[in-house]
Design a binder for this molecule. Sequence first.
Ligand code: NAI
Length: 250
Amino acid sequence: MELKDQALIVTGGASGIGRAACLALAEKGANLIVADFNLDGAEAVAKEVGALTQDRGGKAFAYKVDVSKAEEVEALVEFAVEKLGTLNGMFNNAGIGLVKPFLEMDPASYLKVIEVDQHSVYYGLYYGARKMVALGAKGAFVNTASIYGSIAARGSFNYNAAKAAVVSMSRSGALELAEYGIRVVGVAPGFIDTPILGDDPAAKAPLAAQHMHNRLIQPEKVASVVAFLFSDAASAINGSTVAVDDGFLS
Ligand code: NAI
């Protein structure tokens, strides 16, 4: 078990990529905090993880957090150490989109996405790394960026800015934290079949067509890469953002 007894936090763990990551990380032996704004969803995932890891006594606890609030992320880190005994990293993954043409991208719409998708990653790295260093714990952070951190999408001025910052923070976080035995990497998904894409098949078809295999990517395909990135097998991957985009950017 490559992640045996690792204590990890997954934000946005109630749904989509975060849920799939919880299952993949638990399968490799990690104990988890399933953190989300949606507590019912987080509890359901914690239960799923519990059932999956029953044999080895795996642990998973749900926690309600708004990742755009510094003090709530700080409290999440405290909760993790209280429940799991230590902290070996975070999957900073919770995120939202809010699509508007640029001329309607008022400051509130811009800042909402910056706060949830960008500031949350800084808070996770800051409070998480400070706690790990204080405990002498080693590990890794994986941050969810996007293909749209590298290229522009129409109506996504806010999202493009936030995800580009996530790519940058993964790089500079890695540089600052390497001396403490902490790696920081990003993952940049293409179009993943999760609720964030909505439920209109006609809207999803052109997204799928951007991929080399002309289909949406299942969240489990991102989750398996995330689990690999947390493992020692990825110890030479640091500061980079790994695309899981079925060739979209190629
Ligand atoms: P999702 O909508 O299935 O899951 C997002 C989760 O984040 C939800 O459970 C939601 O409750 C939670 N969340 C939202 N705001 C929050 C907040 N302020 N505090 C705590 N939790 C909050 O979407 P998905 O696709 O799993 O998204 C996960 C990440 O992947 C996001 O950062 C998203 O931007 C990114 N991403 C998704 C892509 C896709 O095509 N689905 C493509 C590229 C990136």
